[in-house]
Design a protein around this ligand. Structure first.
Ligand SMILES: NC(=O)c1ccc[n+]([C@@H]2O[C@H](COP(=O)([O-])OP(=O)(O)OC[C@H]3O[C@@H](n4cnc5c(N)ncnc54)[C@H](OP(=O)(O)O)[C@@H]3O)[C@@H](O)[C@H]2O)c1
Length: 232
């Protein structure tokens, strides 16, 4: 079974995902809304933050203590290239109870060995990049993950949206206009063909507004249910 997948993003009024100040306390306070079983985050965020991680010591190789009453979510990160080497640091943060690297058949064996030595779980799904549908199904099956919140940029969001895997989109709209040509939006995916407009429009994702609230800092919180999806 597929978990219920929720995208939660802070965006500028022009739909950009970066380049404006975000109240992270407010952003993460709202996360409790969904009682997520797992957070699905893109690897780029952790790669950007890698310089914050202290060097690893021998404690990274010890098996983690497992508390069956721990209600914190799991952290799952697609990383088919095997780039994330800061699991010891992520483990030291108070946000997650466990970790799973989402890999594929193309992930270097050396990286799979690195994960095993550090007791980091791994799901192998897909040939080149991670097959996100299969990985989500496995998260449901292996960890009973019923609700997965996505904390990602436009690429991972775009893949999940186009594959019909998203049930809800939650946006914190900031009173900021970022502009620019390089700043990315919340939904990055190949253009729909313009030659056949009626056919393209069938692929546009329809939403139903389920909540609208003004928050501190003139931030507007909008929650939408995804109507047209092939995932559910
Ligand atoms: N404003 C907000 O709410 C918000 C929230 C989160 C992040 N961000 C920002 O967004 C930016 C990037 O976010 P991000 O780290 O989540 O990265 P992202 O650029 O959205 O996505 C990268 C992730 O997508 C996976 N991926 C790429 N192509 C794939 C494919 N064909 N099939 C399956 N998976 C694929 C990558 O895994 P592989 O390496 O395996 O390809 C990687 O884990 C950062 O600058 C961050 O600051 C903003």
């Amino acid at each position: 079974m597929l978990p219920r997948v929720i995208l939660h993003n802070a965006v500028s009024l022009d739909g950009k995902i970066d380049g404006f100040p975000v109240d992270l306390y407010q952003y993460y306070e709202l996360v409790a809304t969904w009682k997520e079983d797992a957070t699905l985050a893109g690897s780029d965020t952790f790669l950007k933050a890698a310089s914050e991680a202290p060097p690893e010591d021998e404690s990274a190789l010890l098996p983690p203590k497992i508390d069956p009453n721990d209600r914190r979510p799991l952290l799952a990160v697609p990383d088919s290239r095997g780039w994330i080497r800061t699991w010891h640091y992520l483990r030291s943060l108070p946000y997650w109870r466990g970790f799973v690297a989402l890999c594929s058949q193309s992930t270097p064996q050396e990286y799979l060995h690195y994960l095993k030595e550090r007791h980091i779980d791994c799901i192998i799904a897909g040939e080149d990049h991670v097959d996100l549908r299969a990985a989500l199904q496995e998260m449901n099956c292996r960890y009973d993950a019923k609700v997965v919140r996505v904390d990602a940029g436009g690429t991972l969001n775009g893949l999940l949206l186009r594959q019909g895997l998203v049930a809800e989109v939650s946006l914190l709209i900031y009173p900021s206009l970022v502009g620019g040509e390089k700043q990315r939006g919340i939904f990055v995916a190949p253009d729909l063909p313009v030659a056949d407009l009626p056919e393209s429009q069938k692929k546009v994702i329809s939403l139903k507004l389920i909540q609208m609230e003004q928050l501190k800092g003139e931030v507007v919180w909008l929650r939408y249910e995804v109507l047209s999806t092939t995932g559910h």
